[in-house]
Design a protein around this ligand. Sequence first.
Ligand SMILES: *Cc1c(COP(=O)(O)O)cnc(C)c1O
Length: 370
Amino acid sequence: MVLSNIIPLSKPDIEDSDIDCAVNIIKSGFLVQGKAVKSLESDVSQYLNIQNCSAVSSGTASLHLALLALGIGHGDEVIIPAFSFVATANVVELTGATPVFVDIHPESFNIDETLIEGAISNKTKAIMPVHEFGLCANMPAIMEIARRNSLAVIEDAACALGAKFKSKYAGSFGHFGSFSLHPRKAVTSGEGGLLVSSSPELDYKIKVLRNHGIEPDSNTMNFIDAGFNYRMTDFQAALVSGQFSRIEKIIEYRTSLATFYLDKIHNRSITLPHVPPNVRHAWQSFHILLESEDIRNRLMEYLKSLGIMTNYGAQCIPHLSYYKNKYNHHAEVEFPNAFRSYTSGLAIPIYNKMTMDDVLRVADAINKFN
Ligand SMILES: *Cc1c(COP(=O)(O)O)cnc(C)c1O
């Protein structure tokens, strides 16, 4: 297989002009959190139409800080979907709180909101829905459940920058919305995260905690809390700012790639992703379902032999060793939809440098698979 013929699962969309922005900052010698971070935060706030944004060192750091700012810790419970990237649960564990898993809708891969109230106890402090693969969860319903039960909501919108539910952006419904800038996401700073909130008080806590507990914008170094170093560097912010200015185009192009897949893949053993009405999918991943784990693994090997890279979409977290052993979960019976999505699901290539010919090549290969 000639290397140039390989279709990767994902690839960042970084232009020379984005690199120039980062290089200019590096040449200036001012590398840590500064003006470029501030300017990225203000661009993101404006775009999402939400008052406050804090840039941090990763999507995981962002979720961790959101939980801490809400005072969540030992003895508390946080409701999360059973199907997500493992970081969604790890951050809850790291605060000392307990993740309480809820199964997902099999067709959207998002938390099944009708199961949330059954998982609420007198220890529940927050719900952390995930907008899986860039598709916004049913936020109006989740916010209503949270309101009825006096719970906080942190949206894990790691994959969903620019996604919408009706006309409202994913990440702008909850007390916090958290985004990742990892290279697998639509825009990237290498490692990085963004945390948005409509509450100035909550955002203030984030700005303190991300920077060693130092009072923000103070000239004297006033240490008012025990904080982290979860800062983003200025050259990372500059690298992402240029990409972010193209976010609408980036999503439009990903949508056209996904639409082409939906049109071209015809294979009865494959369930294609379902797009509900009234949403804008950000298509971080294109996730298909096979009839069994065995067939999924065979398809993966077959595509690899043709130079087409794929991977599992996300994990059934209560089935992973640490969570399974600690909480004695039997994921296959407790969370059947999450279990099936983990064992029989596959993310196929989608990225902005992908051409329509690439999509056709992947679709043709999948159509010939039996
Ligand atoms: C990528 C991702 C994260 C973690 O983001 P990092 O920036 O890699 O720390 C968390 N949750 C979900 C759903 C993700 O997809």
